[in-house]
Design a protein around this ligand. Structure first.
Ligand SMILES: NC(=O)c1ccc[n+]([C@@H]2O[C@H](COP(=O)([O-])OP(=O)(O)OC[C@H]3O[C@@H](n4cnc5c(N)ncnc54)[C@H](O)[C@@H]3O)[C@@H](O)[C@H]2O)c1
Length: 143
């Protein structure tokens, strides 16, 4: 895939989407910086990637903290001299659907003149609820 020597920074790289992207890019030859507020998790994730023969380093960073973000970019840039790409996946699933009123707010904005510059937006409204495990647990009681 042409990742050799490329530095990819992945925030939220400890679990879920970020982790999958980190593993995918590393296995394709990238040097991956696994950034996450979960320091131990970032170390474990980077170690697992390294153990599989790919290249990864852990960065503890809370992306809501400007100092952490600055440090994260400085550290990741130093790995190969530049950051070639970034997957920004840090976040917290809301674990609920949007309410009809919340969805109406967004829909009204997108239908209004104020959104005349917006094209082709698809608005997810599940708050990552589908991925949260709530449904899985309910389908497999006791697990
Ligand atoms: N998975 C889905 O189906 C889905 C759907 C829509 C949107 N999303 C959104 O995508 C993002 C990632 O989803 P996921 O399912 O991979 O989530 P996840 O909970 O599995 O992983 C999120 C990662 O981000 C890290 N994190 C959280 N806050 C952070 C912070 N302030 N600084 C640094 N790291 C932080 C967590 O420690 C965790 O490792 C979330 O914002 C989620 O709401 C996910």
């Amino acid at each position: 895939m042409g990742f050799d020597g490329r530095c990819i920074l992945v925030t939220g790289g400890v679990s879920g989407i970020g982790h999958a992207i980190a593993r995918k890019c590393a296995s394709a030859g990238a040097v991956v910086a696994v950034a996450d507020q979960n320091e131990a998790g970032a170390r474990d994730a980077a170690a697992a990637i390294t153990a599989s023969g790919s290249k990864a380093v852990a960065i503890r960073a809370d992306i809501s903290d400007p100092e952490d973000v600055s440090w994260m970019f400085t550290f990741a840039s130093a790995l190969t001299g530049r950051i070639n790409g970034m997957a920004h996946c840090a976040g917290i699933a809301a674990n609920r659907y949007g309410t009809p009123e919340e969805v109406a707010e967004v829909a009204a904005f997108l239908l209004s003149e104020a959104a005349a510059y917006v094209n082709g937006v698809v608005m997810p409204i599940d708050g990552a609820f589908m991925r949260s495990g709530v449904i899985k647990r309910n389908m497999n009681p006791g697990r």
